[in-house]
Design a protein around this ligand. Sequence first.
Ligand code: NAP
Length: 327
Amino acid sequence: MTNTGTNSATKIWIARPMTASVEARARESYGSLEIRDTNAVLSEAEMIRALTEFDVVVPTLGDKFSAEIFAKVAEPRCKLLANFGVGYNHIDVAAAGAAGLAVTNTPGAVTDATADIAMTLILMTARRAGEGERLVRRGEWEGWHPTQMLGLHATGKTVGIVGMGRIGQAIARRCHFGFGMDVRYVARSDKDLDYPAVRADSLVDLAESVDFLVVAVPGGAETLHLINAEVLKAMKPTAHLVNIARGEVVEEAALIDALQSGSIAGAGLDVYEFEPKVPQALIEMENVTLLPHLGTATEEVRSNMGHMALDNVDAFLTDQDLPNPVA
Ligand code: NAP
């Protein structure tokens, strides 16, 4: 794969406003740079422009670089999609490769922050924190009493991690060392861990044996609706589902059924199948905690992600190996 070097003719497009330090570095480093000034996802016309007018593009979540988009641009000028984010299920990587583009992501930078949000959701849904907060804000709290708003005691319970990768392991570590939980998981391969964790034989086996089922697999065709009615039905009626991965990994209609029928106790969600649309049925249920995709939302982490994306751009522009190529 060739590139056009760091000269001012090399055109770089960053598809969203970034944190100040990332924007400052980009403006200092690249002679011909555009930073898009809106947070809307790229339209089809913009993606075609990305491929035809720029050498390097930094896209992110929601920018659907599908096979159809690549098919519309016969000879793309763009040679690198340096994705901002670890999840790249919005990019058809095979189609990108066939069109001559490399794709990179930002693994690692996101891990701890996303694991922290998983813990936030585990605790919020188990301890009814959203419901309690709403009660106080409505002015309806009548004072402490021994049987008020009883939730699920999280310490010492069993957590099931679906996808024991970087983030899954960081969640498991917090659950084991912080909350004394038993850890079970499913992944495609065994993991060598420095704390006890049992790999379940199947997702259904995992679902029926845990108090918290936490989803941490990548999105994409392979994991679409991995958490379906069968898996939800296997869960204990006292158990909670937490999803910090990608919305479409959980079949949202089946989740709504499971919550409405009481076949699971609650859910904590950071991501949604048709994001940013959140079904009214979920909004109306008190036992569901809904966060607006906050996994990596801290200044420090978003800056680290941006710098990691720019490290990939810089490596590409100087003909070095890409630090974070996507398989
Ligand atoms: P990772 O290190 O690649 O881990 C993914 C794990 O999922 C691996 O353990 C993998 O198994 C497992 N896996 C993949 N396909 C599977 C399947 N079909 N069945 C069971 N397990 C499967 O990725 P990561 O860095 O932890 O990130 C995971 C995902 O979190 C990202 O892709 C992204 O979509 C999401 N995410 C969300 C947020 C947020 O803001 N909410 C932030 C960051 C990331 P093997 O290890 O055996 O290959």
